[in-house]
Structure formats: structure tokens, C-alpha cells
Design a protein around this ligand. Structure first.
Ligand SMILES: [Zn+2]
Length: 118
């Protein structure tokens, strides 16, 4: 956040005002406050939103149901949901590979399971 008056980056912290960080511009002396980032949404809401997302709910209805209208929150959930989907997909693949290796006792797992294979 630069000075809203002269756009200078040079500023000094001068305490807090009503929960906001207060800055003083070093160039023009203008005092201004910057709104602190809102506290992160509780995990439960994030999980609920994520579950709704994975069940195929649209972001409009998720936002309406949970009262999260914030686009950045929804974007984060969407990103997180995408990663979770990818993780689920990967873990399913890993399971298949592990089953195969248990039958054949070959591959990269041989070293780890050498004892069991003999
Ligand atoms: Zn300034």
C-alpha cells in the first residue's frame, strides 16, 4: 500500500487505529490506514464449502449457503478443491500400483518388501 496522496512507497508505521495499521508517509507526511487482512474463515466453513464444491454445487449457491460472498475465498476453495480432486485421483492410482506389486513382488518396492517376498 503506497501513500494514497502522493503514491510514495516510503512510509513508517505509526501504530494502529481501529484495528487498522496506521502509516505515515515519509514524503508528504500524510497519515493513512490500511485495513488488515480479514481473519481466515474458520476451517469448518472451508470444509463445508469444499464438500459442497466436490458435490457439484455452484459457487453462487455455496456462497449463499455459507455466507461467503468473498470472491477470493471462493477462488481459494476452488483451487483447494481442485488439488483435493487431484490428490484423490493420485491416491487411487497408488492403491492400484501397490496391489500389483504385492502380487508380483517386483519393482521399486522390492527392496522394502524383500523380507516378505522370500
Ligand atoms: Zn505521501
Amino acid at each position: 500500500m503506497n501513500c494514497p496522496k502522493c503514491s510514495s512507497e516510503k512510509k513508517i508505521k505509526s501504530g494502529f487505529a481501529k484495528g487498522r495499521q496506521r502509516y505515515k508517509c515519509k514524503d508528504c507526511g500524510y497519515n493513512y490506514t490500511v485495513e488488515l487482512k480479514p481473519a481466515a474463515k474458520p476451517d469448518s466453513i472451508k470444509k463445508q464449502a469444499l464438500r459442497l464444491y466436490l458435490e457439484g454445487s455452484g459457487f453462487r449457491s455455496i456462497g449463499r449457503l455459507l455466507g461467503v460472498g468473498n470472491v477470493s475465498v471462493l477462488n481459494r476453495i476452488r483451487k483447494f478443491g481442485k488439488e483435493t480432486r487431484e490428490l484423490n485421483f493420485e491416491s487411487k492410482e497408488t492403491e492400484t500400483v501397490e496391489v500389483d506389486e504385492m502380487h508380483s513382488c517386483t519393482g521399486s518396492k522390492k527392496l522394502l518388501s524383500d523380507m516378505d517376498c522370500r
